[in-house]
Design a protein around this ligand. Structure first.
Ligand code: NAP
Length: 430
């Protein structure tokens, strides 16, 4: 038996503190899982004088991650600093030094996954990243191993807790986006700069990782069509409810033959569907396959302890193979035969909310514009906007139409003098 397996930790914030605590306080249980003791050799942070959730001995605390990467007694480097740089360079340097790596960094894996995986293969080390998507929910490992016999057709997911929390409150309280965002920031559910969450960027990083694993193809964040939640209003929630739908920020990847379409956008989903019931900061990933039909992974997508659970599991998996002297299976072999499809090829149903003059014949003119673009109406709601207004609000639900025809229709409707404003156009996912 090895005397111990050395762990070096870069970052001891929300997740790193939980990981340091678990390695230190659960050492006996981890020893028995691994077969050798796990030892925290070094921890690198920015500010060594900071008071932390969990404190480690000053002897192992430093502010130079390079030292940790070059320390011969460190077998596993755990990167929990976040951000693209210098996290990427540190991961690459660790791999070149023959260290295994565990990371929760969705941005680095999304943008640089294929480079990291092939360097890891060359150096005969492993890079595991279970916590990068869905926090504590096991989803990466099932995609890499447990679902390997399946042909995965699609992934449909709620993978950003901040936006799901905001949308849940908007739906339940008929509240305004700005007001809910501000309260979410005060409660610590949203960052002071919420751009990455509310514009769908964070969800696109995560969807690119899931798609890469599900379809065994390099799908980058830039391959994902991304639209955030900032245009949603309390009116959209009210109409969605009336029509029997919930509104969620969905991350969807679909494989057709040899192409993949990845998209993150707000969507109307029938309220009886499982994903429609995933509320607050929870996450869920629905995977549709040929053998299993649909399987749903659901749980806390962030937070210190849930995320640490996934990071420590990766550390234990690597440590077991080091202790047993066996090779960890190479889980990420990518094919380059998959093409990325543009959002223009999407065919789905749509919800239009617009304001138009409240006069006879207006609906017929709008329907004619839609018809000219090949879009047919399945139902509509018309409401007056009060005694003083000469306008009415129209909500139109369409039959299936192509994204490119909807883009054309929106532009034509903007040019129609009876249309005062296009409030929103939201894709429907059934
Ligand atoms: N928070 C979650 O719930 C969650 C969930 C899933 C995945 N993740 C991912 O986990 C990673 C860590 O997130 P977090 O929330 O724990 O972040 P965090 O609380 O901001 O902690 C970051 C840590 O990294 C350290 N650090 C930053 N730059 C450094 C540098 N140049 N050199 C040395 N140390 C440096 C910081 O040091 P100081 O403490 O001295 O400033 C801090 O301890 C990110 O990739 C994130 O996306 C987080």
């Amino acid at each position: 038996m090895r005397s111990s397996i050395g762990v070096g930790l870069i970052g001891m914030g929300v997740v790193g503190s939980g990981v340091a605590r678990a390695i230190t306080e659960n050492s006996t249980a981890l020893h028995s899982h691994v077969g050798s003791p796990l030892k925290l050799i070094r921890v690198a942070v920015r500010d060594t004088s900071k008071q932390r959730e969990f404190m480690v001995s000053q002897n192992i605390l430093g502010d130079n991650p390079e030292e940790l990467i070059n320390d011969e007694s460190v077998n596993i480097v755990v990167e929990l600093m976040g951000g693209e740089h210098p996290a990427l360079e540190l991961i690459l340097a660790a791999v070149k030094n023959g260290k295994h790596v565990v990371t929760a960094n969705k941005e680095v894996i999304s943008k640089h996954g294929s480079e990291i995986f092939s360097l890891a293969r060359e150096n005969n080390v492993r890079v595991l990243f279970e916590a990068s998507v869905g926090g504590g929910i096991p989803i990466i490992s099932p995609l890499m191993r447990d679902l390997v016999a399946n042909d995965i057709k699609s992934i449909k997911a709620i993978i950003n807790g901040t936006t799901n929390y905001i949308l849940t409150r908007m739906a339940n309280e008929q509240a305004d986006y700005q007001q809910v965002l501000q309260e979410a920031q005060e409660l610590g559910y949203a960052e002071s700069d919420p751009t990455s969450d509310v514009e769908g960027i964070d969800a696109a990083y995560k969807l690119s990782i899931l798609s890469t694993l599900a379809f065994r193809a390099s799908v980058k964040d830039t391959d994902i069509f991304t639209e955030g939640i900032t245009s949603l209003t309390d009116k959209d929630f009210s109409y969605a409810k009336e029509l029997g739908y919930s509104i969620k920020l969905l991350a969807i990847a679909t494989r057709t033959d040899s192409s993949v379409l990845g998209r993150v956008h707000p969507a109307l989903i029938p309220k009886e569907q499982m994903l429609a019931k995933v509320d607050d900061a929870l996450n869920a990933v629905e995977v549709e396959t040929d053998l299993l039909d649909k399987v749903l992974f659901h749980g806390p997508g962030a937070g210190s302890m849930p995320t640490s659970s996934a990071v420590v599991a990766d550390i234990v998996n690597i440590a077991r193979t080091i202790a047993g002297g066996t090779d960890l299976l190479d889980p990420v072999r990518l094919s380059d035969e998959i093409e990325i499809r543009s959002i223009d090829t999407l065919i789905t149903k749509y919800y239009f909310r617009l304001e138009a003059e409240d006069q006879p014949g207006v609906l017929a003119r709008i329907a004619a514009v839609l018809g000219d673009c090949g879009i047919s109406i399945s139902s509509f709601i018309q409401k007056g906007l009060g005694d003083q207004s000469t306008n009415a609000e129209l909500v139109i639900m369409t039959h299936e139409a192509s994204e490119s025809s909807v883009t054309r229709a929106v532009s034509s409707l903007r040019g129609l003098e009876v249309v005062r404003m296009i409030g929103n156009v939201i894709r429907v996912v059934e």
